[in-house]
Design a protein around this ligand. Structure first.
Ligand SMILES: Nc1ccn([C@@H]2O[C@H](COP(=O)(O)OP(=O)(O)OP(=O)(O)O)[C@@H](O)[C@H]2O)c(=O)n1
Ligand SMILES: C[C@](O)(CO)[C@H](O)COP(=O)(O)O
Length: 245
Protein backbone atom coordinates (compact mmCIF):
# COMPACT_ATOMS: atom_id res chain seq x y z
CA UNK A 1 0.00 0.00 0.00
CA UNK A 2 1.16 3.57 -0.74
CA UNK A 3 2.51 5.70 2.11
CA UNK A 4 -0.55 7.74 3.05
CA UNK A 5 -1.07 11.09 4.74
CA UNK A 6 -4.43 12.19 6.11
CA UNK A 7 -5.18 15.89 6.61
CA UNK A 8 -8.20 16.28 8.86
CA UNK A 9 -9.41 19.85 8.49
CA UNK A 10 -11.07 21.06 11.68
CA UNK A 11 -10.02 24.70 11.65
CA UNK A 12 -13.48 26.21 11.16
CA UNK A 13 -15.64 28.12 13.63
CA UNK A 14 -18.86 26.12 13.19
CA UNK A 15 -21.05 29.21 12.81
CA UNK A 16 -24.03 27.33 11.30
CA UNK A 17 -24.05 24.71 14.07
CA UNK A 18 -23.93 27.31 16.87
CA UNK A 19 -22.78 26.23 20.32
CA UNK A 20 -20.21 27.54 22.78
CA UNK A 21 -17.29 25.95 20.91
CA UNK A 22 -16.77 24.91 17.26
CA UNK A 23 -18.76 21.77 16.37
CA UNK A 24 -15.68 19.56 15.87
CA UNK A 25 -15.24 19.61 19.68
CA UNK A 26 -18.92 18.86 20.46
CA UNK A 27 -19.83 15.44 21.81
CA UNK A 28 -21.46 12.82 19.61
CA UNK A 29 -22.32 9.45 21.12
CA UNK A 30 -20.21 10.26 24.19
CA UNK A 31 -17.07 11.25 22.28
CA UNK A 32 -15.81 14.47 20.63
CA UNK A 33 -16.67 14.56 16.91
CA UNK A 34 -13.02 15.10 15.97
CA UNK A 35 -11.91 12.07 18.03
CA UNK A 36 -14.42 9.94 16.13
CA UNK A 37 -13.18 11.20 12.76
CA UNK A 38 -9.51 10.62 13.64
CA UNK A 39 -10.17 7.12 14.99
CA UNK A 40 -12.28 6.23 11.96
CA UNK A 41 -9.32 6.97 9.68
CA UNK A 42 -6.74 5.31 11.91
CA UNK A 43 -8.86 2.13 11.78
CA UNK A 44 -9.47 2.30 8.02
CA UNK A 45 -5.88 3.14 7.05
CA UNK A 46 -3.52 1.70 9.68
CA UNK A 47 -0.05 3.27 9.53
CA UNK A 48 -1.19 6.47 7.80
CA UNK A 49 0.24 9.76 9.08
CA UNK A 50 -2.57 11.90 10.49
CA UNK A 51 -2.46 15.69 10.84
CA UNK A 52 -5.39 17.55 12.43
CA UNK A 53 -5.76 21.22 11.50
CA UNK A 54 -7.39 23.25 14.29
CA UNK A 55 -8.27 26.86 15.09
CA UNK A 56 -5.10 28.18 16.72
CA UNK A 57 -6.99 29.36 19.82
CA UNK A 58 -8.40 25.86 20.43
CA UNK A 59 -5.20 23.80 20.14
CA UNK A 60 -4.54 23.70 23.88
CA UNK A 61 -8.21 22.96 24.57
CA UNK A 62 -8.10 20.04 22.10
CA UNK A 63 -4.87 18.60 23.53
CA UNK A 64 -6.48 18.54 26.99
CA UNK A 65 -9.74 17.09 25.65
CA UNK A 66 -8.01 14.42 23.52
CA UNK A 67 -5.99 13.27 26.56
CA UNK A 68 -9.28 12.16 28.19
CA UNK A 69 -10.19 9.85 25.29
CA UNK A 70 -8.53 7.04 23.39
CA UNK A 71 -7.63 9.10 20.31
CA UNK A 72 -5.27 7.62 17.65
CA UNK A 73 -1.86 9.27 17.19
CA UNK A 74 -2.01 12.55 15.28
CA UNK A 75 -0.08 15.80 14.93
CA UNK A 76 -1.82 19.14 15.38
CA UNK A 77 -1.29 22.31 13.35
CA UNK A 78 -3.05 25.70 13.26
CA UNK A 79 -5.58 26.38 10.48
CA UNK A 80 -6.22 29.49 8.40
CA UNK A 81 -9.02 31.87 7.46
CA UNK A 82 -10.50 29.62 4.72
CA UNK A 83 -10.67 25.82 4.45
CA UNK A 84 -8.22 26.24 1.55
CA UNK A 85 -5.67 27.84 3.94
CA UNK A 86 -6.19 25.09 6.49
CA UNK A 87 -5.46 22.41 3.86
CA UNK A 88 -2.29 24.28 2.86
CA UNK A 89 -1.14 24.29 6.49
CA UNK A 90 -1.92 20.59 6.75
CA UNK A 91 0.11 19.86 3.61
CA UNK A 92 3.10 21.72 5.04
CA UNK A 93 2.86 19.74 8.30
CA UNK A 94 3.08 16.23 6.78
CA UNK A 95 6.50 14.77 7.65
CA UNK A 96 6.59 11.28 6.12
CA UNK A 97 6.59 12.24 2.42
CA UNK A 98 3.33 10.39 1.65
CA UNK A 99 2.60 9.20 -1.89
CA UNK A 100 -1.15 9.50 -1.40
CA UNK A 101 -2.87 12.29 0.58
CA UNK A 102 -6.47 12.46 1.79
CA UNK A 103 -8.26 15.61 2.87
CA UNK A 104 -11.09 14.87 5.27
CA UNK A 105 -13.60 17.17 6.96
CA UNK A 106 -13.11 16.88 10.72
CA UNK A 107 -16.89 16.99 11.04
CA UNK A 108 -17.61 13.90 8.90
CA UNK A 109 -17.18 11.09 11.41
CA UNK A 110 -19.41 8.40 9.86
CA UNK A 111 -17.79 7.16 6.62
CA UNK A 112 -17.13 3.42 6.57
CA UNK A 113 -13.67 1.86 6.18
CA UNK A 114 -14.82 0.21 2.95
CA UNK A 115 -15.72 3.59 1.42
CA UNK A 116 -12.50 5.25 2.61
CA UNK A 117 -10.39 2.45 1.09
CA UNK A 118 -12.41 2.52 -2.14
CA UNK A 119 -11.67 6.22 -2.67
CA UNK A 120 -7.97 5.68 -1.82
CA UNK A 121 -7.69 2.86 -4.37
CA UNK A 122 -9.33 5.00 -7.08
CA UNK A 123 -6.92 7.88 -6.38
CA UNK A 124 -3.89 5.57 -6.50
CA UNK A 125 -5.06 4.58 -9.97
CA UNK A 126 -6.35 7.90 -11.36
CA UNK A 127 -4.47 10.54 -9.35
CA UNK A 128 -7.59 12.17 -7.86
CA UNK A 129 -10.78 10.59 -6.49
CA UNK A 130 -13.74 11.77 -4.41
CA UNK A 131 -16.88 10.11 -2.99
CA UNK A 132 -20.25 11.31 -4.32
CA UNK A 133 -23.90 10.36 -3.92
CA UNK A 134 -26.83 10.95 -6.23
CA UNK A 135 -29.18 13.86 -5.54
CA UNK A 136 -32.58 12.82 -4.18
CA UNK A 137 -34.29 16.21 -4.00
CA UNK A 138 -35.31 18.42 -6.89
CA UNK A 139 -33.11 21.45 -7.59
CA UNK A 140 -33.83 24.93 -8.89
CA UNK A 141 -31.31 27.47 -10.09
CA UNK A 142 -32.24 31.02 -9.14
CA UNK A 143 -31.70 33.77 -11.70
CA UNK A 144 -31.58 37.43 -10.76
CA UNK A 145 -33.30 39.42 -8.04
CA UNK A 146 -36.87 39.05 -6.63
CA UNK A 147 -39.54 40.94 -8.61
CA UNK A 148 -41.92 43.56 -7.11
CA UNK A 149 -43.98 40.77 -5.48
CA UNK A 150 -40.89 39.12 -4.01
CA UNK A 151 -40.85 36.20 -6.46
CA UNK A 152 -37.34 35.04 -7.35
CA UNK A 153 -37.06 33.83 -10.96
CA UNK A 154 -35.83 30.22 -11.10
CA UNK A 155 -35.68 27.17 -13.32
CA UNK A 156 -35.50 23.44 -12.72
CA UNK A 157 -32.11 21.74 -13.00
CA UNK A 158 -31.71 18.21 -14.39
CA UNK A 159 -30.82 16.37 -11.18
CA UNK A 160 -29.74 13.25 -13.06
CA UNK A 161 -26.53 15.13 -13.84
CA UNK A 162 -25.91 16.28 -10.26
CA UNK A 163 -23.84 14.55 -7.58
CA UNK A 164 -23.44 15.52 -3.93
CA UNK A 165 -19.76 15.70 -3.06
CA UNK A 166 -18.31 14.30 0.19
CA UNK A 167 -14.92 13.69 1.78
CA UNK A 168 -12.43 11.98 2.06
CA UNK A 169 -10.95 13.36 -1.13
CA UNK A 170 -7.79 11.41 -2.03
CA UNK A 171 -5.00 12.53 -4.37
CA UNK A 172 -1.56 11.53 -5.50
CA UNK A 173 0.69 13.80 -3.43
CA UNK A 174 2.30 15.49 -6.44
CA UNK A 175 -1.13 16.32 -7.92
CA UNK A 176 -2.47 17.85 -4.69
CA UNK A 177 0.69 19.77 -3.81
CA UNK A 178 0.94 21.30 -7.28
CA UNK A 179 -2.75 22.29 -7.25
CA UNK A 180 -2.40 24.00 -3.86
CA UNK A 181 0.28 26.33 -5.24
CA UNK A 182 -2.69 28.32 -6.62
CA UNK A 183 -4.07 31.46 -5.01
CA UNK A 184 -7.40 31.09 -3.19
CA UNK A 185 -10.61 31.53 -5.23
CA UNK A 186 -14.14 31.59 -3.80
CA UNK A 187 -15.21 28.65 -5.99
CA UNK A 188 -12.68 26.42 -4.18
CA UNK A 189 -15.26 24.83 -1.85
CA UNK A 190 -13.41 21.51 -1.75
CA UNK A 191 -10.08 19.99 -2.81
CA UNK A 192 -11.38 18.49 -6.05
CA UNK A 193 -12.20 21.99 -7.28
CA UNK A 194 -8.60 23.08 -6.61
CA UNK A 195 -7.13 20.03 -8.35
CA UNK A 196 -9.49 20.37 -11.31
CA UNK A 197 -8.58 24.06 -11.71
CA UNK A 198 -4.96 22.91 -11.98
CA UNK A 199 -5.99 20.77 -14.96
CA UNK A 200 -6.23 17.31 -13.39
CA UNK A 201 -9.46 15.29 -13.90
CA UNK A 202 -11.26 13.95 -10.81
CA UNK A 203 -12.60 10.39 -10.59
CA UNK A 204 -16.05 10.08 -8.96
CA UNK A 205 -16.46 7.06 -6.66
CA UNK A 206 -19.43 5.83 -4.69
CA UNK A 207 -19.96 7.73 -1.44
CA UNK A 208 -22.41 6.98 1.35
CA UNK A 209 -25.61 8.71 2.34
CA UNK A 210 -24.68 8.19 6.01
CA UNK A 211 -21.36 10.01 5.47
CA UNK A 212 -22.94 13.20 6.84
CA UNK A 213 -21.17 16.51 7.27
CA UNK A 214 -22.25 17.91 10.63
CA UNK A 215 -23.25 21.41 9.59
CA UNK A 216 -26.41 22.36 11.53
CA UNK A 217 -27.87 21.25 14.91
CA UNK A 218 -30.28 18.88 13.09
CA UNK A 219 -27.31 16.97 11.64
CA UNK A 220 -26.20 16.14 15.18
CA UNK A 221 -29.61 14.62 15.96
CA UNK A 222 -29.44 12.43 12.85
CA UNK A 223 -25.82 11.40 13.53
CA UNK A 224 -26.66 10.44 17.15
CA UNK A 225 -29.43 8.17 15.84
CA UNK A 226 -27.12 6.58 13.24
CA UNK A 227 -24.45 5.88 15.86
CA UNK A 228 -26.99 4.35 18.24
CA UNK A 229 -28.33 2.12 15.44
CA UNK A 230 -24.80 1.01 14.49
CA UNK A 231 -23.91 0.21 18.09
CA UNK A 232 -27.09 -1.81 18.48
CA UNK A 233 -26.35 -3.76 15.29
CA UNK A 234 -22.80 -4.47 16.52
CA UNK A 235 -24.11 -5.75 19.86
CA UNK A 236 -26.62 -8.01 18.11
CA UNK A 237 -23.87 -9.35 15.83
CA UNK A 238 -21.58 -10.01 18.81
CA UNK A 239 -24.38 -11.89 20.58
CA UNK A 240 -25.04 -13.99 17.45
CA UNK A 241 -21.31 -14.74 17.05
CA UNK A 242 -21.05 -15.76 20.74
CA UNK A 243 -23.99 -18.18 20.29
CA UNK A 244 -22.18 -19.90 17.40
CA UNK A 245 -18.86 -20.37 19.20
N1 LIG B 1 -10.99 27.99 7.82
C1 LIG B 1 -11.49 26.76 7.87
C2 LIG B 1 -12.86 26.50 7.60
C3 LIG B 1 -13.33 25.21 7.69
N2 LIG B 1 -12.48 24.22 8.03
C4 LIG B 1 -12.99 22.84 8.20
O1 LIG B 1 -13.59 22.37 7.00
C5 LIG B 1 -14.63 21.44 7.32
C6 LIG B 1 -15.90 21.75 6.53
O2 LIG B 1 -16.29 23.09 6.78
P1 LIG B 1 -17.67 23.56 7.43
O3 LIG B 1 -18.59 22.45 7.68
O4 LIG B 1 -18.13 24.71 6.61
O5 LIG B 1 -17.16 24.07 8.87
P2 LIG B 1 -17.16 25.55 9.43
O6 LIG B 1 -16.45 26.47 8.50
O7 LIG B 1 -16.62 25.42 10.80
O8 LIG B 1 -18.72 25.86 9.51
P3 LIG B 1 -19.48 27.23 9.28
O9 LIG B 1 -19.32 27.56 7.81
O10 LIG B 1 -20.89 26.94 9.67
O11 LIG B 1 -18.82 28.24 10.17
C7 LIG B 1 -14.85 21.52 8.84
O12 LIG B 1 -14.32 20.34 9.43
C8 LIG B 1 -14.12 22.76 9.23
O13 LIG B 1 -13.59 22.74 10.56
C9 LIG B 1 -11.14 24.46 8.28
O14 LIG B 1 -10.38 23.54 8.57
N3 LIG B 1 -10.67 25.75 8.19
C1 LIG C 1 -15.61 19.69 1.31
C2 LIG C 1 -17.11 19.56 1.38
O1 LIG C 1 -17.50 18.91 2.56
C3 LIG C 1 -17.57 18.68 0.22
O2 LIG C 1 -18.94 18.56 0.27
C4 LIG C 1 -17.81 20.90 1.31
O3 LIG C 1 -17.53 21.53 0.09
C5 LIG C 1 -17.45 21.82 2.46
O4 LIG C 1 -18.23 22.99 2.36
P1 LIG C 1 -18.37 23.98 3.60
O5 LIG C 1 -19.19 25.14 3.16
O6 LIG C 1 -16.97 24.34 3.99
O7 LIG C 1 -19.09 23.20 4.66
Amino acid sequence: MERTGIIIVAGGSGRRAGGARPKQFAFLGGMPVLARTINNFAAAMPGAEIVAVLPEQHIEFWNNLAARFDVAAHAVVAGGAERFDSVKNGLAALTTDPELIAVQDGVRPLGTAAMIRRVAAAAARHGAAIPVVEAVDSFRETEGEPDAEGIVPSRIVDRRRLRIVQTPQFFRADVLRRAYEADYRTEFTDDASVVEAAGHPVCLTEGERENLKLTTPEDFTIAEALIAAREEAEEEQAATDAKHL
